[in-house]
Design a protein around this ligand. Structure first.
Ligand SMILES: CC(=O)SCCNC(=O)CCNC(=O)[C@H](O)C(C)(C)COP(=O)(O)OP(=O)(O)OC[C@H]1O[C@@H](n2cnc3c(N)ncnc32)[C@H](O)[C@@H]1OP(=O)(O)O
Ligand SMILES: CC(C)C(=O)C(=O)O
Length: 552
């Protein structure tokens, strides 16, 4: 009998706000961001960061534009204490950045926290205690009044502790930890007791942070809870309402977004979503979600890659290739119809117009990505992607009729190998199938124009034997076809012809694509040369050579 028994679980109690307003709200601006990478992120690591690693990550967070950074739990360990001291003693905190520290509602820990912060210009002291039903009943073994007492006592100690450090500009923050496992009205009651003690003003607001310590419900339930709290917290104008969501059900970002709709002012989260269990809310994702809707995220994400390298190294957690917005593969299309649409949209996208490209919600260049990765070719790809790669990497603009033919060849190759093909390999395949062959070479030619007729006199090397050909036609290409037809005893007609200059910094060459009918059978050739006529001749001779090879 499988142990996978759903009856072991109960639905989590939900909360429904009948007259909710948040579904009609819109996101219009960035929230106050607070990075908790150095605290919640750090406490979830297999190996917590060293002081040096924390210093490096702190610098990255500052460069990314965070103005509030929870730097740790200074009363918890010597490393945490020392890190806090280094930031302060070495003047590493920019004037516009406020550090935040976490502490339990316990006096000796609060005292130690103030000691760690001594001399700082400004700081947020973040005190918490759990208010949830399970913790009340099983961990603290206290009733609601007992839990309120812990919160009030903690708030009082925090306020009293600040008195000894009047030079510092203090801000207080309270979290009813495990808010999502708490009756919402009770959580708000606890917060209001804390607010009563702190007496915040709009000039000196406090922060009330409502954490989805464990994500237990769909984000709409969380949004209802936040809207309820926003409406019922005392001195609301003097309170910055913050949320701190975790990703247990995979909806931390959605929950934070809906919380913003529901009245939250501030978001706590981490870069790439590191944090306890399935992680904290990923700030990069939420910030990029705003950016992609034309809202300034108020973070410096343009050079995110160099910072992500720091985060991956310090946390020892690699980034998933499909991580929203910043994964390696998120701007890459392998599938044919996607490639086709991207190629067509990119070709007509104007710099001064809003971004509007199918399958690419933002311009990868904004995040320092180049277009290299946008289209890659494997067995799921079509002609559009192949053509895109050849043009981007070699300036080769295959005409549509050749795209169709060539993609069938590529499809066979990718089907057989099961692997991706690079631009180089595509180029190689193109010349291998349609380029000149060693046994049909044009050695030299002479052209004379008279009376609207063109006479050609050319020397070829066919199967190592010299072959002189001559004819007169309406144009050079026609003359060449006639000359070849006579000498090789076949009928050659040009069905398709396409040419363009090959853009290259080093040289100005022409490339020519020809589909010829040779004794009624289609054969394709391509040629390149310094001039258009030479390229056209090469292409015709290649078509003839490939037909001869096919017969042989
Ligand atoms: C949801 C979150 O992420 S909350 C943040 C969690 N982060 C951390 O805990 C990381 C840092 N913490 C630590 O290193 C340690 O917990 C320390 C050093 C701070 C404290 O360690 P200890 O003194 O051994 O206490 P411990 O953390 O085990 O807590 C257990 C005791 O504190 C009480 N307690 C726990 N949290 C709180 C709180 N927020 N406020 C008041 N009391 C609390 C418990 O009831 C328990 O009391 P008991 O000993 O009377 O049974
Ligand atoms: C301390 C609080 C905010 C926390 O980290 C959580 O509840 O997840």
């Amino acid at each position: 009998m499988s142990g996978f028994n759903h009856q072991k679980y109960r639905p989590m109690p939900t909360f429904k706000l009948a007259d909710r307003k948040w579904p009609d709200a819109d996101l219009s601006h960035a929230p106050i961001w607070c990075s908790v990478d150095l605290r919640d992120g750090n406490q979830a690591l297999i190996e917590p960061m060293s002081v040096e690693q924390k210093l490096e990550m702190f610098s990255s967070l500052v460069e990314l534009g965070f103005k509030q950074i929870e730097i740790g739990f200074p009363s918890a360990s010597q490393t945490e204490f020392e890190f806090c001291r280094r930031l302060i003693d070495e003047n590493r905190i920019p004037a516009d950045v406020t550090i935040q520290v976490l502490v339990q509602a316990r006096k000796h820990l609060i005292d130690k926290t103030y000691e760690a912060l001594s001399g700082v210009t400004k700081a947020i002291i973040h005190v918490y205690n759990s208010t949830s039903i399970v913790q009340r009943e099983k961990v603290f073994k206290l009733d609601k009044a007992g839990i309120i007492d812990i919160a009030k006592q903690g708030a009082q100690w925090v306020m009293e502790g600040a008195v000894a450090y009047p030079q510092t500009q203090w801000q207080f923050q309270y979290s009813p930890e495990s808010f999502t496992g708490t009756e919402v009205d009770f959580a708000v009651t606890v917060c209001n007791h804390v607010i009563d003690i702190w007496q915040p003003t709009p000039q000196r607001p406090c922060i009330i942070n409502l954490p989805a310590t464990v994500e237990t419900n769909t984000p709409n339930v969380f949004a209802d809870q936040i809207e309820y709290a926003s409406r019922h917290l005392k001195h609301r104008q003097a309170v910055k309402l913050s949320v701190h969501t975790h990703n247990d059900r995979g909806c931390a970002v959605a929950a934070s977004e809906m919380a913003l709709l529901a009245g939250a002012d501030r978001i706590e989260g981490t870069i790439l979503g590191n944090g306890e269990r399935t992680g904290n809310m990923d700030i990069i994702t939420l910030a990029m979600n705003l950016y992609s809707q034309g809202i300034d995220p108020e973070l410096n994400l343009g050079s995110i890659e160099q910072h992500l390298e720091v985060f991956e190294r310090c946390t020892q957690l690699p980034r998933h290739p499909r991580h929203p917005w910043v994964g390696d593969l998120v701007y890459t299309a392998f599938s044919g119809s996607h490639q086709d649409a991207i190629k067509k949209c990119l070709a007509i996208q104007k710099d001064d117009q809003p971004w509007d490209i199918a399958y690419l919600p933002i311009d990868p260049a904004d995040l320092g990505r180049d277009y290299e990765a946008v289209i890659r070719v494997n067995s799921q790809s079509g002609k559009g992607g192949i053509a895109y790669l050849l043009e981007r990497e070699f300036g080769v603009r295959l005409p549509r009729w050749l795209q169709i033919k060539f993609s069938q060849i590529v499809q066979k190759v990718t089907d057989q190998s099961g692997r991706e093909v690079s631009g180089e390999l595509l180029y190689e395949l193109l010349w291998q199938h349609f380029g000149s062959l060693a046994n049909y070479q044009l050695t030299s030619y002479n052209i004379k124009n008279a009376d609207e007729q063109t006479a050609i006199d050319a020397l070829l090397k066919v199967n190592d034997e010299p072959l002189t050909i001559q004819a007169t036609g309406g144009g050079a290409l026609e003359a060449l076809c006639l000359a070849l037809s006579h000498s090789l005893d076949c009928q050659i007609n040009i069905k398709q012809y396409h040419e363009h200059a090959l853009q290259s910094a080093a040289s100005a060459e022409a490339i020519c694509y020809v589909e010829a009918e040779i004794d009624g059978v289609s054969s394709i050739g391509i040629g390149r040369s310094q001039d258009v006529m030479g390229a056209g001749f090469q292409a015709i001779i290649s078509a003839v050579a490939h037909r001869a090879a096919a017969i042989a």
